[in-house]
Design a protein around this ligand. Structure first.
Ligand code: SF4
Length: 243
């Protein structure tokens, strides 16, 4: 089965769902305003954060980043100079530190061996090729790869996460016969939602949309949905009335 068939089987009336998602973005944007993501000063800090935030709350990531800053290791050269053990010790607050330290070292090794040690050279690689290369690295799944592509390297790709999966499930935007909505289905739905916008705005819109879904997820749509006062409650009521 090719990818497009898989998506059409999984997505119930994708065009209508994409239109609703676009309107949901507008409501969130009106409610929360510009999010100014990613919370980092440099592209390399974004990459560090994208690895460290896996399965971890951002507060814990901040503690690891503070340790790295204190050790002068918030730069590529700083990270190169650390031993694997030292790196693991510094990022311990964000959990899974042995695996994350190895993964970060593997990223830097790839950068040095294949991209002249330069994030600019890495960023100049065409998006599909770069995404495949990132996904081949240890510790990099689709969400981490897309967060690096969008927020650190400026590529126009949507980022999906657990908050968006919950929203899509609760608002019945996507039907998943297997029981769990696939990452690619969420990313494709997001791409469709902004397809009518000018292409030069897509990176900005994907950036804001991901940040806004995190904002509503934290405020309302966690493991238990707190729909009262949620900017997306009207959409949910409409879906429930129809069913
Ligand atoms: S809290 Fe309720 S209304 Fe808000 S996004 Fe989640 S399911 Fe929708």
């Amino acid at each position: 089965m090719n990818n497009s068939h898989a998506i059409s089987a999984e997505t119930l009336n994708q065009s209508a769902a994409a239109n609703r998602l676009r309107r949901m973005h507008d409501r969130l944007s009106a409610a929360y305003g510009p999010q100014h993501w990613w919370p980092a000063k440099t592209p390399f800090e974004v990459i560090l954060g994208a690895y460290l935030t896996q399965n971890t709350a951002w507060k814990a990531v901040e503690r690891s980043l503070a340790n790295l800053r204190q050790a002068g290791a918030l730069t590529l050269d700083g990270l190169r100079s650390l031993s694997l053990e030292e790196l693991g010790r510094l990022i311990q607050p964000s959990g899974f530190f042995t695996r994350k330290a190895s993964s970060l070292k593997a990223f830097v090794a790839m950068l040095d061996e294949e991209f002249s040690g330069s994030l600019d050279v890495l960023a100049a690689t065409p998006t599909p090729e770069l995404r495949r290369r990132l996904l081949a690295l240890p510790g990099v799944g689709p969400e981490t790869a897309d967060a690096i592509l969008l927020y650190a390297l400026g590529h126009s790709v949507p980022v999906a996460d657990e908050y968006l999966r919950r929203i899509a499930e609760r608002h019945r935007l996507v039907v998943a016969p297997s029981g769990r909505i696939r990452y690619d289905a969420l990313a494709n739905l997001t791409r469709c939602a902004f397809a009518a916008d000018p292409p030069e705005r897509h990176a900005r819109l994907f950036n804001e949309f991901h940040a806004l879904t995190v904002a509503v997820g934290k405020a309302h749509c966690g493991r238990t949905a707190c729909c009262e006062g949620c900017p997306l409650a009207a959409d949910l009521h409409r879906v429930n009335r129809k069913s």
